[in-house]
Write a protein that binds this ligand. Structure first.
Ligand code: ATP
Ligand code: MG
Length: 577
């Protein structure tokens, strides 16, 4: 599989994604030219409500709604709800919420394939009358056996030559509930010798005595996907029916139904589905992760679902930009997760409020700073956007800094704090470490004693002396205590779906995909933070409030994505010979 890894350069250099030509845009342009659909562009996004939408669906959503929008066309939302045993109202609602959140609008065109059940039944009757469909009594296993293989033709069902009248009667009785599940099916009568297995008399209706989430017990026969899909497109007047590559071999069948019935004929176009590194993208696998408790739910922030990404702090803008940037092609490829994160950082960099938050606190007492004194220091809200203004941050004698920002024995190129060293506190003063207080038993560092230079307010020394490190900090007396959840990729292997260990793809789950830090000290500004706000904790990454688990008394923040860590890079470079 080809690897796509574009645009992981500096956020500042890259521009917002501008529409690139691709083969579907070209097809639509050509159709305008030839007036194929009378200058109309009408697409649809057709999810099956059997799970939550994931980032792969976002590609399809952006493509379908995007193509409609850029051509003054329409895009429908259609639930492909023909499988009552796997579908639920919960999924319908989550899909509606997710597509809206991504920024798309279907107007009054929210449809359900189940709305067409009566119409589809009539179409099936028409096929029977034409001698193009028959009721088959073979068992599912027999049907499979008769089907043949890629190299051998199939065999015709012994029921293939039933009269129209007999077929009509049996089909009517299938609908009336006279037969058990699996005892009979309605099949298209096409060609058992076709090199395309999909054309070997495919099943178009099956008996299933199951309650449907919308039609209840009204039906006990349900149409199959291939039959339903093209006819639904036709009923809705869709022009370009865009689907993923695995349906390419189904296109002759799509066309066959429409042609045999002589109805309006949309054009099916296939494109390559999105695959992303370090995650899985099939609803079956994702629902397995939920069911087996590997994640807390469909909206776990580690999931590639839209609800998970939203909870993690992804923005619709970042996802749309990603979907534009990956392009649309005919060939399967694997996109690097780093590209998705790049698009996210690019967007958050523009809009996130900068704050200071200490995740792994180390107490620092500034010995020469007067007890009880508090200074309000001015801090910049977003250097990318002066309009976001400034805020006041309190400074006092006892502060917290990041444990990682101190080393008793600083290695080469470590420019942060160490015994006897001087660093700058962001927006505040230079401080110098004069003593290290340790637990006598364990040797653990309990606090640092420092002094500050009152002449360095704002971070510059009048005598021109320089310091190389600037640390973030939070005043102890003013800090907001919070839980912070750090996420890493859910899988350790770039392509988990390819892993075939004992339990398949779950073998390479990352045991450290979630790290919970319970005692973090954050800047006061974050008290009462709204879930739809985006923050950059300086030097740490982008964060947001967890919309479900956070409360004013016990705030919980999710790390959306880290900033790139220059120190990690230096360490890596040092490891190399
Ligand atoms: P999954 O394989 O995740 O179960 P699906 O194809 O069964 O997905 P549907 O609900 O049928 O899920 O998908 C709705 C639409 O989204 C379809 O048109 C499908 O082709 C498209 N789609 C699904 N997965 C992807 C993907 N990874 N990349 C692009 N489009 C996708
Ligand atoms: Mg599907």
């Amino acid at each position: 599989m080809e690897m796509i890894n574009k645009g992981t350069g500096s956020e500042k250099e890259s521009r917002p994604a501008t529409p690139q030509p691709h083969f579907i845009r070209n097809i639509i342009a050509a159709d305008f030219e030839s007036n194929k659909f009378g200058g109309r562009v009408h697409t649809r996004f057709p999810p099956e409500p059997n799970g939550y939408l994931h980032i792969g669906h976002a590609k399809s959503i952006c493509l379908n709604f995007g193509l409609a929008a850029e051509n003054n066309g329409l895009c429908n939302l259609r639930f492909d709800d023909t499988n009552p045993t796997k579908e639920e109202q919960e999924f319908v609602e989550s899909i509606i919420e997710d597509v809206r959140w991504l920024g798309f609008d279907w107007g009054d065109r929210k449809y359900y394939a189940s709305d067409y059940f009566e119409k589809l039944y009539e179409y099936a009757v028409q096929l029977i009358r034409k001698g193009k469909a028959f009721v088959c009594d073979l068992s599912p296993a027999e049907i499979r056996e008769y089907r043949g293989t890629l190299t051998e033709p199939g065999r015709e069902s012994p029921f293939r030559n039933r009269s129209s009248d007999e077929n009509l009667d049996l089909f009517q009785r299938m609908r009336a509930g006279d037969f058990e599940d699996g005892s009979r099916v309605l099949r298209a009568r096409i060609n058992m010798a076709s090199p395309n297995l999909n054309m070997r008399d495919p099943v178009i209706y099956r008996i299933l005595h199951a309650e449907h989430h919308r039609t209840g017990a009204k039906w006990c026969i349900y149409p199959m996907y291939d039959f339903t899909h093209g006819l639904s497109d036709s009923i809705e007047g869709v022009t370009h029916s865009i689907c993923t590559l695995e349906f390419e071999d189904h296109r002759p069948l799509y066309d066959w139904f429409l042609d045999e019935l002589g109805v309006y004929h949309p054009q099916q176009i296939e494109f390559a589905r999105l695959n992303l590194t370090y995650t899985v993208m099939s609803k079956r696998k994702l629902s397995g992760l939920v069911a087996d408790g590997h994640v807390t739910g469909w909206n776990d922030p580690r999931m590639p679902t839209l609800s998970g990404l939203r909870r993690r702090g992804y923005t619709p803008e970042a996802i749309r930009s990603f979907c534009e940037r990956i392009g649309v092609a005919k060939r399967d490829s694997m996109v690097d997760m780093a590209l998705l994160e790049h698009c996210l950082r690019e967007d958050l960099n523009r809009r996130a409020l900068r704050v200071m938050g200490v995740l792994r606190p180390l107490r620092v007492v500034i010995e020469n700073y007067p007890e009880g004194r508090v200074e309000e220091l001015e801090a910049i809200n977003n250097p990318e956007d002066p309009a976001m203004g400034t805020r006041q941050v309190p400074f006092s004698r006892v502060i917290y800094i990041e444990r990682d920002d101190f080393r008793e024995d600083p290695p080469k190129k470590f420019f942060r704090l160490g015994p006897g060293r001087e660093v700058r506190l962001r927006y505040a003063y230079f401080i110098k470490c004069v003593d290290v207080v340790k637990d006598e038993q364990t040797g653990e560092i309990l606090e640092l004693r420092c002094t500050y230079d009152p002449d360095t307010k704002g971070g510059y020394a009048p005598d021109g002396r320089k310091v190389r490190g600037t640390l973030h900090w939070v005043s102890a007396a003013h800090a907001l205590k919070a839980e912070v959840r750090l996420y890493d990729s859910l899988f350790l292997k770039p392509n988990p779906a390819e892993e075939s260990g004992e339990s398949g793809f779950t073998d390479c789950l990352n045991p450290n995909s979630l790290e919970i830090l319970e005692m973090c000290y954050l800047e006061q500004t974050l008290a009462g933070a709204a879930p739809d706000r985006f923050y950059q904790f300086e030097r740490q990454g982008y964060f947001c409030v967890d919309p479900f688990d956070s409360s004013p008394d016990a705030p919980v923040f999710n790390r959306t994505v880290p900033l790139r860590d220059t120190w990690a890079k230096i360490q890596q470079a040092q490891k190399k010979p």
